[in-house]
Design a binder for this molecule. Structure first.
Ligand code: FAS
Ligand code: PHB
Length: 391
């Protein structure tokens, strides 16, 4: 097989890149290790920055998002027995879109298949070759186990943190940074009407909790747990009890409960691979960086990389200019590190670290008090949360 851009991974990065290239007349083939059913059922991110929702409209796939997504103008922060609102729209003029990542994936996969464009699901033994030449290749076995090869001009390494693209770059060429947090998130998707119109981030003496949602019938909730927790030690009633304790600390209300559709534990790390290009290989999204989900930045940062990469590839094919490709990492890393900072800052402000002492706890509560009572402080949180302007 031959194409212009071979894309490894059909997550938000790979699907958005393929769509943006398609609309600019640039061909691509997507290779995905999992089945269509698996990636469309995988519950992950929920919050889109305002410009990502606008970009989904621009690429012609916003109809269901606009019909089913939830536009939020604010969020709430609960701490020390009180709950205070951050007026995102009033402070920045922008809102966020709550629309499950799996819905994004469904919309983009359906559009690509409806257009008769290739996604090879259940690809095995994926490897990439000759990326430092001018004719890179992707080898894989298709879902029938037959060996396949794609010759292309460029490879989009959109295969996430555990993919094969980043590790294909020689270790001596990699510049990486990592911070692993001493806690994880236990997340549930519950058949229960959201208990509040907006997200609630809660800092409690027992630990962090988050109330989010996916629809008027589905609530998405998270609990801070230790990183070595076993999900089997968390029966539903224990989860609900802890959620009630941590989220209703301002008193006078209770969370709506309901059947738990899905529950999982996600470890938390900050990670950046500053080597986002190696020859004809370009990393985008979680293959290049990971943020703790407290700042709701993961999927949004993936979209920001793709926005730059799609532009650079378009310049190459349409204007015969490689400048965008040569400066790809430089153009992405400023935003990546600001999102890493914000995600780290939200995480340290809202979680209870086992390493924290009494002084640390007072400083944390003072920071929460300041951020939720000072316009300047609240605006700092709000402008990062809705999405910083592009340079
Ligand atoms: P993804 O990991 O989404 O996609 C990579 C794709 O490549 C996957 O479909 C994978 O199957 C495929 N792949 C991997 N290896 C391959 C190979 N060798 N060959 C072919 N295909 C391969 N972000 C938030 O903002 N909020 C959240 O609440 C949140 N929760 C998360 C929970 C979990 C468990 C995880 C892992 C991430 C979460 N994130 C969250 C971050 C997440 O939303 C990512 O930022 C987002 O999925 C990034 O998209 P991609 O870069 O496309 O990577
Ligand atoms: C979610 O709805 O899944 C969600 C919302 C906000 C976050 C993380 C996850 O910070």
């Amino acid at each position: 097989m031959k194409t212009q851009v071979g894309i490894v991974g059909a997550g938000p990065s790979g699907l958005l890149l393929a769509r943006m290239l398609q609309l600019r007349g640039i061909e691509s083939i997507i290779i995905e290790g999992r089945s269509r059913a698996y990636i469309e059922a995988r519950i992950r991110a929920g919050v889109m920055e305002h410009w990502v929702a606008a970009l989904i409209d621009e690429v012609g796939l916003g109809e269901r998002m606009r019909r089913e997504g939830l536009v939020h103008d604010g969020l709430e922060i609960s701490f020390a027995g009180q709950r205070r609102r951050i007026d995102l729209k009033g402070l920045t003029g922008k809102s966020i879109m709550v629309y499950g990542q799996q819905e994004f994936v469904k919309d983009f996969v359906a559009a690509r298949l409806d257009d008769g464009l290739p996604i090879h699901f259940e690809a095995g033994d994926v490897s990439i070759h000759d990326v430092d030449g001018d004719s890179p290749k992707i080898r894989f076995t298709d879902k029938d186990g037959a060996p396949q090869r794609i010759e292309c001009d460029f490879i989009g390494g959109c295969d996430g943190f555990h993919g094969i693209c980043r590790p294909s770059i020689p270790a001596a060429k990699l510049t990486t940074f990592e911070k692993v947090y001493p806690f994880a998130w236990l997340g549930i998707l519950a058949e229960a009407a959201p208990s509040s119109d907006e997200l609630i981030y809660s800092n409690h003496d027992n630990g962090f909790a988050l109330h989010s949602m996916r629809s008027p019938e589905l609530t998405r909730l998270y609990l801070q747990v230790s990183p070595d927790e076993d999900i089997n030690d968390w029966p539903d009633d224990r989860i609900w009890q802890e959620l009630q304790t941590r989220l209703t600390q301002d008193g006078g209300w209770r969370l709506n409960e309901g059947p738990v559709q899905q529950k999982s534990i996600t470890p938390m790390r900050s990670f950046v691979c500053e080597t986002m290009r190696h020859g004809c290989l370009f990393l985008a999204g979680d293959s290049a960086h990971i943020v703790p989900p407290t700042g709701a930045k993961g999927m949004n940062l993936a979209a920001a990389d793709v926005r730059v990469l799609a532009g650079a590839l378009t310049d190459f094919y349409k204007s015969d200019s490689a400048a965008g490709l040569d400066h790809y990492a430089d153009k992405c890393l400023g935003r990546i590190w600001k999102a890493e900072r914000f995600s780290w800052w939200m995480t340290q402000m809202l979680h209870l670290s086992p390493e924290a002492d009494g002084f640390d706890r007072r400083i944390q509560l003072a920071e929460l008090d300041y951020i939720t009572s000072s316009e300047a402080g609240a605006k700092s949180l709000a402008e990062n949360y809705v999405g910083l302007p592009f340079d």
